[in-house]
Design a binder for this molecule. Structure first.
Ligand code: NAG
Ligand code: NAG
Ligand code: NAG
Ligand code: NAG
Ligand code: NAG
Ligand code: NAG
Ligand code: NAG
Length: 360
């Protein structure tokens, strides 16, 4: 009897030892395939952000879906985010290495925002660990970055815009408007608020509160050359003309447009041109109206030659310009900041009342 028990014990030990050693072998294999100095984008992101930081972040998992694929990713968002009672949340997509543009904007039109407006830059992730560290320091200083694990690249802009909608829906669902504006734009936020109150709030109501206010492109055709930067494959969109869509640099969405877009998007194939996709194909299918009245959005910077129109109070329609660039120079407090120049131009527009003002 005791021998039998001993035998049983022996085999139990043998069994356990074999399990442990197989696990160790698997571990060694994994280690060999994936050496210690290998980090994926997500690992770098987590590594850098998880270290104790003054500006603590919420980490939240998200899933975005297209007809052809799904992507899961994470957001790192400031724990002290205060989004209640905001009229406008401004989200500015920016590249990790877009430091100069962010500084140019911070030190120009983002100064002295009204208290019911909040802004954030949204950045994708990069494999460059040095850059990731710089971004972290930048955020500790300015506390205005939100950060996703989606890999930053031009061909991923649709994913980035998708993430803007998901972030806003999750963290700022009560803001009345989302202003998506690129990091090469200047916006006169107070003038925009004037037009929101005078104008957009009214149309908003007429169109069931699902509207995007923007500069509308009509009769735009998809590029079918596979070599083209904006190539649209037939399987993804087979019509000859896009639905009307909003010019990408700056557009203003009502709060109700966002869940409508998010609900509709998984029914559509991914395409790279984010503006034609979200504000065209998806918005058309979701019953979101793209509204253009007067030239409120998006002119190139040379506004000197434009015929500026104003209402009878002399308030110009134009609220934003785009395409501002450092043109090879870098940001410097003492240098000419091109964003400041463009801002002065935009903010100081005025009309010859007798000629340019229209009944409105
Ligand atoms: C994406 O995920 C949803 C559920 O979360 C699933 O129903 C759908 O089939 C997935 N789509 C693809 C293309 O994998
Ligand atoms: C990483 O980013 C830093 C800071 O922007 C830059 O100086 C460096 O050249 C980058 N490294 C690579 C490999 O791109
Ligand atoms: C786009 O983002 C996804 C998710 O982060 C990533 O897997 C993919 O490599 C990116 N594409 C490019 C071209 O960077
Ligand atoms: C075009 O695409 C739609 C939606 O994917 C599909 O229902 C339709 O059959 C397609 N038409 C042609 C001619 O391929
Ligand atoms: C205004 O238009 C004229 C003639 O088209 C052009 O030469 C000039 O450069 C323009 N000025 C600006 C500021 O765009
Ligand atoms: C940008 O720089 C190029 C060359 O350095 C110059 O030719 C061009 O005029 C500049 N453009 C502006 C708007 O300053
Ligand atoms: C406004 O336009 C009218 C008509 O062209 C012109 O007579 C007047 O001098 C202009 N006023 C200013 C301040 O430019």
């Amino acid at each position: 009897m005791p021998t039998k028990n001993l035998n049983k014990k022996f085999f139990q030990y043998l069994y356990l030892i074999s399990i442990f050693s197989s696990c160790y072998l698997i571990y060694l294999t994994a280690k060999f395939i994936k050496p210690d100095n290998y980090y994926s984008v997500n690992e770098i992101t987590r590594k850098v952000w998880k270290r104790s930081s003054e500006n603590e972040k919420n980490v939240e998992n998200f899933l975005m879906g297209f007809k052809d694929f799904n992507i899961s990713y994470q957001f790192f968002t400031d724990k002290r985010l205060e989004c209640n009672e905001k009229q406008i949340v401004i989200i500015i997509p920016s590249r990790p290495n877009g430091f100069d543009n962010r500084m140019g904007i911070r030190s120009s039109w983002l100064q002295n925002l009204p208290p019911n407006v909040i802004y954030k830059f949204i950045l994708g992730s990069t494999k460059n660990e040095t850059l990731q560290e710089l971004i972290k320091n930048e955020d500790e200083e300015f506390q205005d970055l939100i950060f996703s694990t989606l890999h930053e690249s031009y061909s991923n802009l649709t994913l980035k815009t998708y993430s803007i909608f998901q972030w806003t829906q999750k963290y700022c669902p009560t803001a009345k408007y989302l202003l998506k504006t690129d990091d090469d734009t200047v916006v006169d936020v107070r003038r925009l608020q004037y037009w929101i109150e005078k104008h957009f709030d009214r149309y908003n109501y007429i169109f069931d509160e699902k509207v995007i206010f923007c500069k509308v492109w009509t009769n735009s055709t998809p590029f079918r050359d596979p070599e083209h930067k904006w190539y649209i494959p037939e399987y993804a969109f087979n019509e000859t003309v896009f639905p009307n869509f909003c010019s990408g640099p700056t557009y203003l969405l009502t709060a109700k447009a966002i869940p409508a877009i998010l609900k509709e998007t998984p029914k559509h194939y991914f395409i790279q041109t984010e503006d034609a996709f979200f504000t065209g194909i998806v918005s058309e299918a979701a019953g979101i109206y793209r509204f253009q009245k007067d030239k409120h959005f998006g002119h190139e910077p040379e506004i000197g030659n434009l015929t500026i129109k104003c209402d009878l109070k002399g308030i110009p329609f134009l609220t934003s310009i785009y395409g501002i660039s450092f043109n090879g120079t870098i940001f410097n407090e003492d240098n000419n900041n091109p964003f400041k120049g463009a801002m002065n131009e935009l903010f100081s527009l005025s009309c010859n009342k007798s000629v340019n003002s229209v009944l409105n």
